[in-house]
Structures are given as structure tokens and as C-alpha cells.
Unconditional design. Structure first.
Length: 87
């Protein structure tokens, strides 16, 4: 094995290692959802827990459902329902 071959293998190994490291951080999902109301933490819910809650304020309500590692707005009092339609 020549000296250049060794450096080529080393560079390839570093590139592959960096690829897997950055890919891990890019695809790493959080473990909880933090719900804010009026810029204050309302509740933190782990994503591995199934929970439904209704958040009521003086301007309306939102029904939030945490399930299957994600979170969605099931219903809202707003007229356009954009948050419900987008998931």
C-alpha cells in the first residue's frame, strides 16, 4: 500500500463519518412538545405519550392531540382553520 492510498482511505473514512454524524443530528427528533400560550410555557408533553388537551383562552380554543410521536391541532375556534388543515 502506497502512502497516497493510505491518505485516500483516511479522507474517505472521515467524509463518511462526518456524513453519518451530520445526518444523525439532522434527523434527530425531539422527545417532547412544548406548548406556549401568550408567550409562556403552558405544558410540556412527551411525544411517546398519547394525550389530548383543550387549551382555552379569552380569544378561543385549540384542541391538541399528541400521538404516534407527533402533535396536531384537531380543532380550533378560528374561522379559517389553517392550523387544523396543516396538521
Amino acid at each position: 500500500m502506497k502512502k497516497n492510498d493510505f491518505f485516500l482511505i483516511l479522507v474517505i473514512a472521515i467524509v463518511v463519518g462526518l456524513f453519518f454524524t451530520f445526518n444523525h443530528f439532522k434527523n434527530n427528533k425531539g422527545d417532547k412538545v412544548v406548548i406556549y400560550v401568550d408567550n409562556k410555557v403552558y405544558k410540556e408533553v412527551p411525544l411517546n405519550k398519547n394525550e389530548e388537551l383543550t387549551i382555552k383562552t379569552k380569544s378561543g380554543y385549540n384542541k391538541v392531540k399528541v400521538h404516534d410521536g407527533g402533535v396536531e391541532i384537531e380543532d380550533a375556534s378560528c374561522p379559517d382553520k389553517v392550523c387544523v388543515k396543516t396538521g
